[in-house]
Each structure stands twice: as structure tokens, then as C-alpha cells.
Design a protein around this ligand. Structure first.
Ligand code: SF4
Length: 236
């Protein structure tokens, strides 16, 4: 959850050799210059990060913060705390994050998985190779690709690019991927063309989300976007 530095940005630029990789780094640099470090993921522990990754599904971070604060105030932000609290009570505490009954079940599923498979030890959860960690997380009901990969990147600190709607939209609108590309296609494209640098991936994903929210909406606001001078092919 560290910050980027100018030195790191320069070092990463030097390692990119393909034209596509250079275009991606140009995007990164334009966004970083415009928005600065986003300081993702804002969490004090790996568990808090994972809880946030589930709570942020289909809602804004402001709402997640309120839900997490509720859990902290009740000293529930631990594997044992979340394991012991009944789902119906938990749902009430995380109400600000929306879909609270569903998310309470998902949190309980995650905690049960960590408890059953890793004896509640998150270090053990994160210790196998990335594919194994990913498969394990995806086996938890309610954890999909984006949530699993967010946990792997921001929680475990492994270099895996997180793809979301904004990533797809921005890359497609600039002609870098096909509109019909699926999650894994987009991730492979990014992984093939960028250095596998955890800090780069953390910051890049956060900057893409910021760009998507502020500019690359369904109806794009290109005229003030940091990427306005980059080649664009589609707007739909
Ligand atoms: S808003 Fe326009 S310029 Fe900005 S990323 Fe989207 S398509 Fe590109």
C-alpha cells in the first residue's frame, strides 16, 4: 500500500520495450501526472483490505469506509470477530455499504474459508503461488475475478493487474483491446506488455478507476480528460 515515486516511474519506463507497452506507460504517466498517487488500498491490515474488497462491490468507497468504521468500533475487524458475529447482526453493521445481507454472507464465507483451509492464518493463505491463491479465493462464493485479483494485488502484494469496467472501457475506446475482450484477455494483454511491478499495478489500477469515475463514463467527458490527446477509436 505504498506510494509511487518519480524515481520508480522513471525506472519502470526504461524496462518497457514494446510499442504497446510504451503506449500503456504513456497512459500511466499522463494519469499519474494529472492525479498523483491514489494511495490504494487504504487499509491497516490484510484482513481489513479483504473485507473492503467485498464491501466495495457495487458501491462507492465512502460507503465502505462507514461500514468498516462500524466494524472497527465494535472490535470486529478480526478473523475471530467476523467469525463469531451472526450474519444478521453483521449485516446491520455493514448496512452503509449496501447489499448488506448478501455482503454479510460473503464476508462470512471468506472467513470460513480462511478458517477451514488455513486455520485462520492469512499469511498461509497468501503463501502458495499466485495461481493457487487465486483459485482458492475464487472458490469462495461471492468472490469473483476482480475481487480475487484485488486481494492478490493489494493484500498479498503480488503483481497481478486488476481489471474492472473502467479498464476495459478505456483500453477499448483507445483501440488497445477489442470491445468483446473478456476479463482474462484484458488481464493477459496488460501482463504481457507491462513490467510485473506490484507498485505500478497498484497505482495504475487506482488511476484507471479515478479516470473512469471522473471522465470515462458511459458518455465520456474527453475534452478535459488527461488522455484526450491519445488516439481514440470508439466512444460507445
Ligand atoms: S474520457 Fe475520452 S479521453 Fe478520457 S479515457 Fe475515456 S475515451 Fe479516453
Amino acid at each position: 500500500m505504498g506510494e509511487r515515486t518519480t524515481d520508480n516511474t522513471q525506472r519502470i519506463n526504461k524496462t518497457v520495450t514494446t510499442a504497446t507497452g510504451q503506449t500503456l506507460m504513456e497512459i500511466y504517466n499522463l494519469l499519474f501526472a494529472a492525479f498523483g498517487p491514489q494511495n490504494w488500498w487504504p487499509a491497516e491490515t490484510e484482513l481489513e483490505m479483504m473485507v473492503g474488497a467485498i464491501l466495495t462491490q457495487n458501491t462507492s468507497w465512502n460507503n465502505v469506509e462507514k461500514a468498516i468504521q462500524n466494524l472497527k468500533e465494535r472490535d470486529l475487524l478480526s478473523a475471530s470477530g467476523l467469525g463469531e458475529v451472526p450474519a444478521s447482526i453483521l449485516a446491520g453493521y455493514i448496512r452503509p455499504a449496501g447489499y448488506y445481507n448478501l455482503k454479510a454472507k460473503r464476508l462470512k464465507n471468506l472467513i470460513k474459508f480462511i478458517e477451514n483451509e488455513y486455520n485462520g492464518d492469512i499469511d498461509r493463505l497468501f503463501s502458495p503461488d499466485t495461481d493457487t491463491v487465486r483459485k482458492g479465493l475464487l472458490s469462495v462464493k461471492g468472490i469473483g475475478l476482480e475481487t480475487a485479483d484485488s486481494i492478490i494485488l493489494y493484500g498479498a502484494g503480488r503483481p497481478l493487474f486488476v481489471v474492472d469496467t473502467y479498464t476495459h472501457r478505456i483500453l477499448a475506446r483507445h483501440g488497445l483491446i477489442q470491445e468483446e475482450a473478456g476479463y482474462n484477455d484484458v488481464q493477459l494483454f496488460l501482463m504481457d506488455n507491462l513490467p510485473h511491478d506490484v507498485e505500478l499495478f497498484k497505482e495504475f489500477h487506482a488511476l484507471i478507476v479515478k479516470t473512469g469515475k471522473d471522465f470515462c463514463r458511459r458518455r465520456p467527458l474527453c475534452s478535459n480528460c488527461p488522455l484526450e490527446n491519445l488516439n481514440r477509436e470508439q466512444y460507445g
